[in-house]
Every structure is written in C-alpha cells, then in structure tokens.
Design a protein around this ligand. Sequence first.
Ligand SMILES: Nc1ncnc2c1ncn2[C@@H]1O[C@H](COP(=O)(O)OP(=O)(O)OP(=O)(O)O)[C@@H](O)[C@H]1O
Length: 652
Amino acid sequence: MGRHRAGAAAEAARDELFGSGIRLSLGQLRHEGAGSRVGFFTMARELPRLMAVTVRLGRAAAPGALAAIVIAELIGGVATVVTLMSTYRVLVPLMAGGPSRDRLLAAGPALAAIALAAGTASVMRAASKAAASRLGPRAERLAYTRLLERAAKVELAALEDAGFHNLLGAARQGTRATRVVITNAVALLTGLTNLVASAGVLTVLHPLLLPLLLATIAPKGWSAVRAARARFASAKRYMDLTRQLEVLGDLLSSPNTGPEIRAHGAAPYLLAHYDRLSSVAEEEQERLGRAEARGVLAGDALSGLASVATYAALGALLLVGTVPLAVAGAAVMAIRTGRTSLIGLIMSTNQIYEQGLFVLEWERACAEAEQRALHTGDLALPPHPVEIRTRDLRFTYPHKTRPALDGVDVVIRPGEIVALVGENGSGKSTLAKLLCGLYLPGGGQVTWGGVPIELLDRRGVFERVALAAQDFPRWPFTARVNLAIGRTDHAGDRERLWWAGLASGADTVAASLPDGWDTLLAREFMGGTELSGGQWQRIGLGRAWFRDAPVLVFDEPTSALDPRAETEIFDKVGTLAADGRTVILITHRLASVRRVDRIYVLRRGKVIEHGTHEGLMAADGAYAEMYRLQAEQYVDSPVPTADDKNKKEFSQ
Ligand SMILES: Nc1ncnc2c1ncn2[C@@H]1O[C@H](COP(=O)(O)OP(=O)(O)OP(=O)(O)O)[C@@H](O)[C@H]1O
C-alpha cells in the first residue's frame, strides 16, 4: 500500500515537472515490451546476430587484433583437449598393476604433455586478453564515431523527435557496450573452446556423460538469460526517466541555473522531485533484483539436482563396470572443466546478451539515422543570387496537431531586406527555417530560383545562408572558434575575423577578454569565462558575418543589445543589402523595419498583411496597431533632450 502510494507520488512528480511525456513514453514502452517478451530460443537466435554485429565492428576497427583473439582461443581450446586426454593417459598407467616406478615412468610423457598444454593455454589466454584490450576501445570509438557521423546528418525534424532521441540514448549506451561485449566475447570463446574440448573428451569416454553435463547447466543458463532480458527491457523503458534524472542533477549543479535556484530558493523543491523520481528508479531496481534472485534460486536448484544425477550416473556406470576407474577419473576432470567453462560461458553470454541488446540498438539507430538522413535533390543552384519564394506553405512539427505554418506565401528577391513580424508563436522562426531549408515543407512549396527546395542540392542551399538564430548555440569553445564555426574552412582567416568582429561588435567583446579572441567562453572549464547576454549576442552575430553568405537570416538579432549597439547593427544590416545580399529579418522592434523593402505580418501561421511600412500604416491594420503601441511607449512620456531644456530656460 505504502509502495503504491510512493509510486503514485512519483507519477505525480513526473506530471508536475515534465508533463505527461514520460508517462506516455513509459506506456508506449510497456506496450513494446509486451510485444518483445520472448523466450530462450528467440534469444538463442538473437545471439548470433548480436555477435555478428560486434564481429563486423571489430573487423572494421582492428582486424589484426580480432584475428589474434580467434587464433589464440583456438590454440587454447586444443591445449585443453590435450590436457584432458593426457589426464586419462596419466590415470591409466597409474591405476594399472606393477611397480610404482614403472607406472610413474609410463605416465611421464602424458604428464609432460599436460604441463606443455597448460603452459600453452596460459600464454594463449594472455595473448587473447591483450588483443581484446586493443580491440575493445577501438571498436567503441568506431561505433561512437559512426553514430555521431550519422546523427549529424539527419533531418533537423528527426533530432527534435523524442522517440529518435531515446533511440540515440540507447545507441550511445550501445557504443559503450561494444567494449563489454568484446571482452565477454573473448571469455565466451574461451568457455566455448574449453566446453567443446571437455564435451569431446566426455563423448569419447562415455556418450551418456555429455547430455548429463548439459543438463547441469541448462537451468542456470535459463535464469541468467531471463534476468538479462528483464534488465534490458527495464533500462529501455526507463530511458526517459534516467535522462530526466540526469537533467535534474545537472540543473541542480549548473552555473546557468545556479543564480535562480538560489534566489528563488528552488533547491528543496527540485531535490524533492529528484528524490521522488529516483524512488521510481529504485523501486524498479528492487523489482528486478527480486525477480532475478527468484530465477537464480530456481536455476541453481535444478542445476544442483542435475549434478547429483550426473555423478550418480557416473557412479552407476563404475559399479556395473561399464566404465573403468581411469575413465571415471578423467570423466570427473572433464565434467569439472566443462562445468566451470559452462558457468563462465553463461556469465559471459548473459553479459553479451544484456549489453549486446544495446549494441543492436546502436545498429538500429545507425540504420534509422541513415533513413532519416537529410533528404537532398541533385539540382545545383545557379551561381548568381536567386529569388526565394513560398507558395501555400504548410508545416506542422512532429507530434503536433496544430500547424505552425498554414498556407504562407512570401517572396524575397535578391538584394532585398524582408522583415517577418508578428506576435509570439505566430510562425516567424519556423518560416525562416523553412526558407533556408532546415525543414522541408509539409505542404505547398519553398522555391529557390523557381526550383522546389526538395529538388535542390540542399548543401548548396545551406552554403548560401548565414543564420543568426534566436537561440543560437553558445559553443563552449574560444571566442575565435565561436565565430569561425560559422565557416570552418576559413577558420584561420584573420582578415575575415577582423571584419566580422568589427561589423558585429564582437571585436570589442574580444578586446575585453583576458586572452582576447583565444579566451575560452565556458566558465565550467578551467580558464573559461562567461559573457553577458548582449556580449553573447554580438558573438552570435559575428558568426553570421564570419560566414559571409549571400542570404542572411537574422532572428531577433538585437534583443539583448544596448540601444547604441542595436542602431549600429541595423545600420550594418542595411549596408549588407546595399552590397547585394538578401536579408531576412525577424524582429519585434518595429522601429527598425520602417526602411525594409517589405514586411510580412504573421498570425497563427498565416500571413495576415504585407507591404511597406508606409503601406501597412496607411492600411491601418494589425501592423499599424502594433507599431502605434510601441511608439506610444515613447510618445506618452517624452523625455526632454538637452536642447529642449535650453529652449525652456531661454523662454523663461
Ligand atoms: N521545435 C519545435 N517543435 C515543436 N513545436 C515548435 C517548435 N518550434 C516552434 N514550435 C511551435 O510552432 C509555433 C510557431 O513557433 P515559432 O518559433 O515559429 O514562432 P515565432 O513567431 O518565431 O515566435 P517568437 O516571436 O516567440 O519567437 C509555436 O506554436 C511553437 O510552439
């Protein structure tokens, strides 16, 4: 009852902080989990596929190391066969009649063979381990690089899809799992060669002994596999929760949220939610642990019974004289070796399976990322600037019902400055992203030079655009790189940096920093520093200037700038257009759009008005109303200038 209440409280915590998203994802995964609840044999079928993925990865990462492992393990297996068979050959003369000296001498060659084989096996195991330590990290790096390469190329919309995001989370775990799988695959190979060796020897000694050996181990295998599946299903189901706990942990210790957490006294509230959410994770771990313990107990009991049966059978064979004493002695050795190998084999199989399922997620994520890769046509843009136009453009974000854009028609000619204005959430930033090809239309068209964007080589479109987004990234790198990342193939271009710095005012920011352009802009690292909001905005604008593209998109470029800097920026935007560049300007500062070529006013994803400032003022519609509202803020309480004051004093 108490537990039930704790669960309900945690559920409530999820709703309050993260909305219903996590419940949805838990529900969905429960459903998926039900579909994938399969038995031992499905797992047995999955294991080879899982191993094949890892082996392919290993072959690509370090083929030499992989070959070394296989060879060393095979030789190790042969050495085990030699050891076991030689044991039999030692026992036969030792148990025969005659003087002890003769019996020992007769057993001598077999004893020497055992020593040699044991030595060889040790050397081979060591060689195999060394090769695995080379292979593991390389495979992990290769897996991670492949994942990142593919993830960096997917459509932006895919990155914003929570399902794909979760898959990427599991895949990232999968890249780390490759190393565990490889280490355990070596152990598996060792166990397998030893097992084959013992099984072979047992079969030679007496055919009945082999099935008995297998019977001792099968229940253990069953319980281990069951536990591995349960752990994997749980890790997947709780992926969102794990991520949200990480996020809460980061928020509680981040310098960005630090001031607000302290000033608002929010720490106890967040900690309480952390506590409740982590109690859900804890409960799940407990549940898994209990289920696993039950499975282990059942497996061990069955395995114990089978062991008793094995030794009883051996005893019976000995009693009826079917098996001589030497053979029974060797059989005991082989059973012990086989059992140890089998237990090791099950442990490693268990690990391989549990971690390998994440490796399969890695493979699935790579495949899905490839499927969701940026769609691009092959038509090249002409070298000269072209007109950008939308016709009946519609766009809805994934998992949303209401369209963000609903039948938008705009035209932007080369060398024009076009402004997009409108209330919050009206679709301005979304439109800008569609114009520069970051999203593909859900309906209607975006054309560049008359060609629909889907048919164009989109890399060519990106090449022509510099985007200073509203939420531009604050890269935790040096100030220099924060600009140069706008066009990395010119990263070392000092003249470009100087020019971009001058145009955006980022040069004055750099001049105020301890190491100038080489100052690290991340206070969480040693030697790093933090900028003010306005300073960051200058850096962000500097990046767009550094990119120096024919089409510039400025989304709220001056929201954090002081009035002087703002005026300077808008003057510079004007000169960009005079130089033949096309400028798309999104702003709420209507004073700054008076001189642009055309203004589009958006509301709820539609263009409700368009024209020049004068035309829209004359039309006396939504734009005129917004403009007057802003202008009145200044007109209602006029601030006298120094000149006004002089005039007043003069008239008195
Ligand atoms: N990445 C996204 N995923 C889902 N919905 C989004 C996303 N970005 C924006 N939206 C939604 O699309 C609609 C339009 O948003 P958009 O950012 O284009 O508006 P905007 O006019 O630029 O607003 P603002 O003036 O506040 O910047 C809003 O309802 C918003 O909630």
